[in-house]
Every structure is written in C-alpha cells, then in structure tokens.
Design a protein. Structure first.
Lengths: 96, 313
C-alpha cells in the first residue's frame, strides 16, 4: 500500500474537527477501515468520502453510532437494489 | 425560480419558535438528507429547499425581513434605503424599489453541503450564499478532500463496442477520458482526482460518470450478450439451408437445420459484445428464428399444400 494514499487519523481529526473517539468508534464498528504502519494509524484516501458522509450524519443529523450502522446496512441494500434495478431495466429492453 | 413559502416547507406556522424551527428542520433533514437518499434527485432538491428555509428562518434578522417582505425580502435593505432616500427628499410615493439592487445580508452558517446544482437554489439564495453554499463540506468542520463531481454521459451502443477516447467538459474544464469497450447502461465509473480542488493541500475530489447508453442498432444487449431476431422463410425453415446474417461487426454464414421451429435459438459464441475491461473477450450473439409464412398463395400452391396436409393427416 502506497503511503502517499494514507492519511493519519490524527490529521483527519484535526482537519475535520472531530474527536478521536469518533474515529475510533467508527473503526471499532467496522464503518471505517484503518491501517497501522509503524504505530501510526491511517485511513486510505478512498475512504475519506465515506468518512465525510458518516461525519455529516453524526454531527449534522445527530445520528448515533448504532444509527450509523443501521443506515450503512440499509444504504448498502439500497445500492444493491439500485444496481439490480438498472440491470433489470437493461434486461427489460430485450422484450421491448 | 418560484417563491417558496419557507413556513409551509417546514410545516410550521408563522409564530413558530426557534426550537420549533430547529426541530422541524432536523426532522425533514433526516428524511431528505442526500446521504440518506443516494441517486434521488427529488430528495436532493427538497433538501436544498429545506436547508434554504432553515437558513433564513433560523436567523432572526433574515426571518424578520422574510416575514415583512415575503418574496421580496432579499431586497429589503435596498427597499429600506430607497424608502429613506425618497422620504428625505419628500417625494416618496410608495412601492417601486429597485429590483436590481444587491442584497447586503450577512452570510449564514450553512449547515450542510453536498453536490448541489446551482439552478436548484431559489435565485435569492444563490445570490446571497453564492459559491460557498455549493462547496463541499461547508459547515462546522475543516475540509480536506475536494468536492466529488457527478456527470452523465450519453453514448450510442455502437460507440461502446470499442474502447475510445472522448473529451468531456466538467465545470469548464476539458477532461480526456478513455471509455473502455463494454461499459453498460447505468454504469458509473470513478475518475480519480478530477473533482473539485482539495482544501488546505488536500487531495482533489473524484469525478463520477454515469453512462446513459442509447441503442442505435437492431441488436438487443444484456451485459456482454447480444440478441437478434432473424427471419427465415418457410421453406428454409422446413428443409434447412444456408443464410447470411448480420453480427455487430460484420456478417456470418449460418447453416439452418431442417425443421427449424419458430422461436428456435442459436448461440454464436464470441460474436456478442466486448466484456468490460477484459480485452479480447466477447459475449455471445443469440439468434432467435422467426418464420415468415408465405402470403398471396397461387391456386397451384394451395393445391400442393392441401396435398401436404393430406399426407400429414
């Protein structure tokens, strides 16, 4: 894994003005994936948009961690269903 | 854009308290927040309106102007100024303030951001908050990664049979893309680092492109397989024979088996559509036979068919 693509969690906390506990709780619940290199914990830059989303839901809508987990599960189902919907629409074209 | 009744939008009456406004906003925000409604433009639009309503009603000064001037509230300062001037010069006749005057309100603390289209804000809100309201992550926190952009690209099915390069313009910037052969209708690809600029040295956002593929061919497509109906005349269907049929990139000769039935299918391996990101691999072409019955039969033909009928019964 390229170190350039990794952002230290401390930096994330500073820049996004979030508590360390929040990032830690997200990691513990599997909502955010981190990697540890030489005792420094990082988040991959591809995960930042996901982190931003969770941060918005938590800080702007007051959704707690349990709520975030439930939302993540439901959103992944929504995404799956949306993909299925597109695939079915494409299949339906065969019969039009 | 039409005037929006902010009270109605938040299901409030005019006497609503600050906490009522906050409560109503939170309730609706949880329903229409774009993070909770992926790919739902209607919800996104509604959320922008709710945000706008909250922005105005939660600020006592803006709310006062809104209550007093209604749809023209954004011109309140200009109106007041004009009124004062006219009154002081003694010729104020009421009404008629300068519609083009700028509004000098303070910038509010915008509480959410996302990928908003400029034209979905009502005019005064767009003027008032300008680009700040549309930049990602505006709000209480610091910012890092740039805004992700979403774009839709319309292509013809014949265009995506081969990989090709295309230049698209996103936010005034030309981006040259390689569109891999075999992309599907509705598929979204991520172009890393082609979104908005990062903040404080952060990485750029990403560009998400969703393909809208229009079928400009007689083939039907499902993933990497193509489907085509081929008409056979009755005699070829009964006795068999050789026909030439179109494929996506040319034509092939086919041996038709004797006694082919309507709806019989043949699969031509590797004559379908390219598999996405699998160079040199193709799906299949599935041909369905339709049998075309002869019309305008001569007397002689009718006699012969009757003879055939007798033979079969």
């Amino acid at each position: 894994m390229n170190l350039e693509d990794l952002i230290p969690t401390d930096e994330i906390c500073t820049r996004y003005k979030v508590e360390r506990n929040f990032v830690h709780a997200l990691t513990e619940s599997g909502l955010l994936h981190t990697v540890t290199v030489q005792k420094i914990t990082y988040v991959h830059c591809d995960e930042i948009s996901e982190f931003e989303k969770l941060r918005r839901l938590h800080y702007e809508l007051d959704i707690n961690l349990e709520g975030l987990e439930a939302i993540q599960n439901l959103l992944s189902q929504v995404k799956k269903l949306q993909n299925q919907n597109v695939a079915l629409k494409n299949k339906l074209n065969l019969y039009e | 854009m039409d005037f929006i009744d902010y009270y109605k939008l938040l299901n409030l009456d005019k006497g609503a308290s600050e906490s009522d406004i906050k409560k109503a906003y939170r309730k609706l925000a949880r329903k229409y927040h774009p993070d909770l409604n992926p790919n739902n433009k209607e919800a996104q639009h509604k959320f922008q309106q709710i945000n706008e309503a909250h922005e105005v009603l939660s600020d006592p000064e803006k709310r006062k102007k809104y209550d007093q001037y209604g749809k023209d509230w954004q011109h309140a300062d200009a109106y007041e100024e004009a009124k004062k001037q006219q009154q002081s010069s003694g010729n104020y006749a009421g009404g008629g303030f300068n519609q083009n005057a700028g509004f000098g309100g303070n910038q509010g603390d915008y509480s959410y951001s996302g990928n908003f289209d400029e034209d979905t804000f009502s005019d005064f809100f767009g003027d008032m908050f300008g680009s700040r309201a549309r930049s990602q992550g505006a709000g209480r926190g610091g910012h890092f990664k740039g805004q992700d952009f979403n774009a839709e690209l319309q292509l013809r099915l014949s265009d995506v049979y081969t990989s090709h390069k295309q230049t698209i313009t996103v936010n005034g910037k030309n981006i040259r893309l390689t569109i891999p052969a075999g992309v599907e209708n509705g598929q979204t690809i991520k172009i890393k680092g082609h979104g908005g600029p990062g903040v404080q040295g952060g990485p750029k956002g990403d560009l998400y492109i969703t393909f809208n593929i229009l079928n400009d061919t007689s083939f039907k497509r499902e993933k990497e397989n193509l489907y085509q109906n081929v008409e056979l005349d009755l005699y070829t269907a009964l006795l068999g024979g050789e026909i030439t049929t179109k494929t996506f990139d040319g034509s092939v000769k086919l041996n038709v088996k004797p006694e082919t039935q309507p709806g019989n299918k043949v699969r031509l391996k590797g004559k379908g559509f390219p598999k996405y990101k699998k160079k040199g691999e193709f799906g299949d072409l599935i041909i369905t036979y339709n049998i075309k019955m002869p019309t305008k039969l001569s007397n002689r033909e009718k006699e012969l068919i009757k003879e055939l009928q007798k033979l079969r019964s």
